[in-house]
Design a protein around this ligand. Structure first.
Ligand SMILES: Nc1nc2c(ncn2[C@@H]2O[C@H](COP(=O)(O)OP(=O)(O)OP(=O)(O)O)[C@@H](O)[C@H]2O)c(=O)[nH]1
Ligand SMILES: [Mg+2]
Length: 446
């Protein structure tokens, strides 16, 4: 049963105004009991009303109440949004009064979950709202806005419609074999359709791995042997003295992290301990963490001291990072430019030179220059990407089964699997536990 929930929808803290959201079948009449002004139960939908929130005879705050009548509200239930003064104490007091008068505190993401259950949004749109809230650059914002306007929904529905058409034809063949004018689905009929769909999915997956970096930022590990200037590079990019810099090799022992956005490029930087052979136990642990950081990174900046000839440790790192998307960074060019490697980006962390060249190189290596958000042919997050990978794998099985000449009713199982995997992206076939887990990642009041 749907009950009555409330939560602060604006950030917790001090501001000009705050909004407390209330939702549920009785939300309007319950707020009306503590509202001194007009009769909210007689208010039209999408109207605003001036008055006071009362705790019995005591005025709690002067407010404006927005009334939305189901089903035309954000979450599809009756809703009241109380616009009050934006102080911690006053918002807390209003929430307390609501809790005393029939509301319970909403779980994180519960309003969006209701919107989903009431079919006001599908899962990709709900995720798009979170992407808009968390957007750190213009590409991320645009991607979220497009997805909220159903670009991802349409993309998935196009695939599902094709699969549904095949599944329906197979069922007709099985149930009504006497129907002569229906198309008989054979392996030959299926092969070209499966090839085309898999190619389209692979293109989307390729675009998605690029757009994911643009939307969620690039996990970038700064690695190199001790003293080459890794921490100085981190500090230069962040424009603050976040990591300790000294001329003693082995200064950085643990991972130091920081994020920045340059134009449409968002980097989540990790400064690591210099990698070399060490007897020091603390340094050894730091070096181990550096190696893990390399494995987990989307991109590695391999820093060398370009003012001196390369050493064995530099060579070892170049080999270790060979298969990763990486950029070779030659630092300390204010001193000298001794090292020249192919595609090396030269910087001086000390003189703050080379940021633009580095940003350009990052965009090129990660293919961010090829991104086209407006076409909408991408998925925004790993959940969606994994599900499309599963769907593509199921269609590959169907394709192989066709080649091997297996019966169409066996091939149908794989096609149905792909249909369901795609439905999980939009939420049409998503198990309830998964939906609950997903919405709890949302903000309170959203
Ligand atoms: N001349 C010059 N010195 C630099 C530059 N970048 C860093 N340094 C100096 O190099 C030394 C080491 O710098 P760090 O940034 O601590 O080097 P690191 O790679 O983080 O070193 P570890 O943490 O020990 O692995 C410091 O004395 C810096 O001032 C640069 O661009 N030019
Ligand atoms: Mg360091």
């Amino acid at each position: 049963m749907v009950d009555n929930i409330c939560a602060l929808a604006t950030p917790y803290g001090t501001g000009a105004i705050a909004i407390i959201r209330c939702s549920g079948p009785e939300s309007i009449s319950l707020v009306n009991k503590i509202f001194k002004g007009c009769d909210l139960t007689k208010a039209l939908s999408h109207t605003i009303h001036y008055g006071y929130i009362m705790d019995q005879k005591e005025i709690v705050d002067e407010v404006l109440c927005n009334v939305f009548i189901a089903p035309k509200s954000f979450d599809g239930e009756n809703m009241v949004e109380i616009n009050c003064h934006g102080g911690v104490l006053v918002t807390n007091k209003i929430v307390q009064v609501l809790l005393k008068n029939g509301f319970r505190l909403a779980e994180p993401g519960e309003f969006s979950k209701r919107a989903f259950l009431n079919k006001r949004l599908d899962l990709t749109q709900a995720e798009a709202i979170m992407d808009i809230i968390h957007a750190e650059n213009h590409i991320a914002l645009k991607a979220g806005q497009n997805s909220l306007k159903q670009s991802t929904t349409k993309l998935i529905h196009a695939f599902r419609d094709k699969l549904l058409d095949i599944l329906a034809k197979i069922e007709v063949n099985i149930d009504y074999p006497e129907y002569e004018d229906s198309i008989t689905v054979t392996q030959e009929y299926l092969l070209p359709v499966l090839i085309e769909m898999r190619e389209d999915m692979k293109e989307i997956l390729k675009n998605s791995s690029i757009s994911r970096l643009a939307i969620h930022g690039i996990k970038t590990a700064i690695v190199g042997k001790p003293n080459v200037g890794k921490s100085s590079l981190l500090n230069m990019l962040l424009d603050e003295n976040k990591a300790i810099v000294t001329d003693i090799p082995g200064t950085t022992r643990d991972l130091v992290e920081g994020s920045l956005t340059i134009g449409n490029l968002t980097l989540h930087l990790i400064d690591t301990a210099g990698i070399h052979k060490s007897e020091d136990i603390v340094e050894q642990i730091g070096i181990e963490r550096s190696s893990i950081a390399i494995q987990q990174a989307d991109l590695v900046l391999v820093v060398v001291d370009a003012s001196q000839p390369l050493e064995k440790e530099d060579e070892a790192l170049l080999e270790l990072t060979e298969d990763k998307p990486r950029i070779l960074v030659g630092n300390k060019i204010d001193k000298a430019k001794t090292v020249h490697l192919e595609n090396m980006v030269f910087i001086s962390a000390k003189e703050k030179q080379g940021i633009e060249a580095l940003a350009e190189a990052i965009i090129k290596v990660t293919n961010l220059d090829q991104i086209n958000i407006d076409e909408g042919k991408f998925l925004a997050n790993m959940r969606q990407i994994h599900l499309m990978e599963q769907a593509e794998a199921a269609l590959e099985q169907a394709y192989q089964a066709c080649l091997e000449g297996l019966d169409v009713d066996l091939i149908e199982i794989d096609i149905k699997q792909a249909f369901d995997d795609l439905g999980t992206i939009t939420g049409e076939t998503t198990p309830e536990e998964l939906i609950t887990a997903l919405f709890t990642k949302f903000c309170l009041g959203k």
